[in-house]
Each structure stands twice: as structure tokens, then as C-alpha cells.
Design a protein around this ligand. Structure first.
Ligand SMILES: Cc1cc2nc3c(=O)[nH]c(=O)nc-3n(C[C@H](O)[C@H](O)[C@H](O)COP(=O)(O)OP(=O)(O)OC[C@H]3O[C@@H](n4cnc5c(N)ncnc54)[C@H](O)[C@@H]3O)c2cc1C
Length: 303
């Protein structure tokens, strides 16, 4: 293991990473994957050296993963830092797998100590924090920060020679998304995994229509099965809402969900499990099957 830190990046936005690497008290070497202009911007960001992996126009950064992993294997950096873009995650994942280093997400700070690097990071979406000293190599995902105003002499740039993986981008398509501002909603009908099939979401939509409410969901419905766009889920890592009325249908009430809707004025829960945690934070609870309760509620509201 060498006594250097690496910053792996595909963009010039590295202020957070450079600051963190300096706090670790190690020389800072940047590995830039992408355009020469990016390598030049990073070279002027306060790093000591820059290695540059050039990519063709239609080659994605992920194609450089084995090349960057080879380099890490031969140089064994003590600390590897990168941002949270999917491209950088792919590169850092390859480095961690090849070098056997621990891959740590959500790193907030790194400090040098005699016993190793003290690393603080957020756990469970930010509701807890871990503080550990690592004596073995670490690959850390952190907030990359912004671009750095050039100052002082720029670091030397050395091109990395080698084959990238044969991957070509043939088309880029942006998925159409309707955006919703759940934070502004006065009434919300939120659904969870108690809903068994996508087509059953119509039940919640009908109730929401009758109430003039927005439909929202728990995270598994937006990130597990993709029934909703990500801006529809409520919770610690999703939308934070404070409606007058929040109706939770088939949502168990885990802390990560409830912390996103604790500003709700009146909470109504429908759940088949009388011991579901959601009931402890509800004003009104119905122990029952949402497939029976929701149509009855909708009919009552329409009537
Ligand atoms: C770091 C981290 C961050 C997270 N952030 C979030 C976040 O921001 N938001 C979020 O929502 N989650 C988040 N989670 C996930 C969270 O921990 C829970 O796993 C998730 O909220 C559970 O979703 P759920 O309540 O829909 O599903 P489940 O926990 O599976 O609950 C489903 C509920 O439906 C009930 N049910 C089943 N059938 C019926 C029926 N027919 N009628 C009525 N009720 C029924 C069951 O009794 C059960 O209580 C996070 C997790 C981690 C680790």
C-alpha cells in the first residue's frame, strides 16, 4: 500500500474531494477519465499530479474501468476518492474489487491519525453516523463538490496508455418524466408494498381524485419495482412532506419512510397488520385490507 490518495473523476467538479484528500494528509493524485479539458481543469485544482485516460467521443467512462483498476492494482493507493455519479461509481467499484479495498459510501470526512484514517460517513440515509479508523486501503464515495478556481501552478498531466473496454454509446434517450412537488401538496395518498400489482394503483388514484390529493409512495415502489418516478417517494432519502392529510395505504411505517412525512397534520393508516409501526404515528388507523377499505372510502367520499 502506497502513501498517496487518488481522486477519480470524469468532471472538473472536485473541490470536495481535493479538500478531503488534503485532510487525509496524503499527496493527491488525480485520475481523470474523459476529455483533455477536464484533465487540465483538474490539474489546476490543487492536486499534485494528474493521470489522464482519454476516451473517444462515443465511449462511456465505464469503458476505462479495467484500465483504472489495473493502475490501482499496480500502485496500491492508500485512499481512493470519487463522487457519486454512476460513471464514477462504476470506476471505483472496479478499483475496490481489484485491490480488495473497502468501498465506503456517503463519506463525509477523512482525517489522518497515527492508527490510520478516521472516516466519518452517513448511515441509513443520514439518520445515523459511523466514525471508524481504517488502517487498510479504502475506496470512498463522497460529495465531489464544485469546480475549483485555478490557482498556483497546474500539476503535470500524464496520459495513461492502454486498452479500454469495447463499449460504444449508440444512442442517448432521456426518459420522459412528469414532475410533482409533493412538498407543496395539501393532501397525499401514499401507497406501499401492501399494493400487490401495478394495476391496483388505480385504487389509490381514485381515492386521491376523490380527495383532490397527490399520490405518493414508499421507496420500494419507486426504486424497487419502478411503479413511480423517484420524486414520488416519501422519506429520509425521498420527498419531505407536510400535508394537512396523509393517508398511508399498505405502508409498514419504517423510520426511513416516516421521517419524510412527520410534518403531516393528520395521518390515516390502512394496514392488515395491527402491529405495523405506522399505527404508532397515525391519528386514525384502519386494521384491514386496503383492497376492501380503499374502494369503500372512495365510494363514501363520492357519495
Ligand atoms: C438507507 C435507507 C434509506 C431509506 N429511505 C427510505 C425512504 O426515504 N422512504 C421509504 O419509504 N423507505 C426508505 N427506505 C426503506 C425502508 O426502510 C422500508 O424498507 C420501506 O419504507 C418499506 O416500504 P413499505 O412500507 O411500502 O413496505 P413493507 O415494509 O414491506 O410494508 C408493507 C406493509 O403493507 C401491509 N400490507 C400488506 N398487504 C396489505 C393489504 N392488502 N392491505 C393493507 N396493508 C397491507 C403489510 O402489513 C406491511 O406493513 C430506506 C432504507 C434504507 C436502508
Amino acid at each position: 500500500m502506497s502513501s498517496v490518495s487518488w481522486i477519480v473523476t470524469t468532471t472538473p467538479q472536485v473541490s470536495g474531494l481535493v479538500g478531503m484528500a488534503k485532510d487525509a494528509g496524503l499527496p493527491v493524485e488525480a485520475v481523470v477519465v474523459g476529455e483533455r479539458a477536464t484533465a487540465e481543469a483538474v490539474a489546476a485544482s490543487g492536486v499534485d499530479t494528474v493521470r489522464w485516460v482519454e476516451l473517444g467521443d462515443s465511449t462511456p467512462a465505464e469503458a476505462a474501468s479495467t484500465l483504472v483498476a489495473d493502475l490501482a492494482e499496480s500502485e496500491q493507493p492508500r485512499l481512493v476518492l470519487g463522487g457519486t455519479s454512476s460513471e464514477v461509481k462504476a470506476l471505483l467499484g472496479a478499483v475496490a474489487a481489484r485491490t480488495g479495498a473497502e468501498l465506503l459510501p456517503a463519506v463525509a470526512s477523512v482525517e489522518a491519525e497515527d492508527a490510520g484514517l478516521r472516516i466519518t460517513r452517513a448511515l441509513f440515509g443520514g439518520i445515523a453516523e459511523s466514525n471508524e479508523v481504517w488502517s487498510s486501503p479504502v475506496v470512498a464515495l463522497a460529495d465531489a463538490g464544485s469546480a475549483v478556481q485555478p490557482s498556483g501552478e497546474a500539476a503535470q498531466i500524464t496520459a495513461v496508455e492502454g486498452e479500454t473496454l469495447p463499449i460504444t454509446v449508440v444512442e442517448r434517450a432521456v426518459a420522459p418524466q412528469e414532475h410533482v412537488d409533493l412538498g407543496a401538496a395539501k393532501r397525499i395518498v401514499a401507497v406501499g408494498r401492501g399494493v400487490k400489482a401495478r394495476e391496483d394503483l388505480a385504487l389509490a388514484q381514485e381515492l386521491a381524485d376523490a380527495l383532490g390529493a397527490e399520490v405518493a409512495c414508499s421507496r420500494p415502489l419507486a426504486e424497487g419495482v419502478d411503479w413511480f418516478a423517484k420524486d414520488r417517494y416519501v422519506g429520509v432519502s425521498g420527498a419531505h412532506v407536510a400535508p394537512e392529510l396523509y393517508i398511508a395505504l399498505g405502508i409498514s411505517g419504517q423510520l426511513q419512510h416516516m421521517s419524510g412525512m412527520k410534518g403531516a397534520h393528520t395521518v390515516v393508516a390502512v394496514n392488515t397488520d395491527k402491529d405495523a409501526p405506522v399505527f404508532t404515528q397515525s391519528d386514525f388507523g384502519v386494521v384491514g385490507d386496503l383492497y376492501q377499505v380503499v374502494p369503500a372510502l372512495t365510494a363514501a367520499l363520492k357519495g
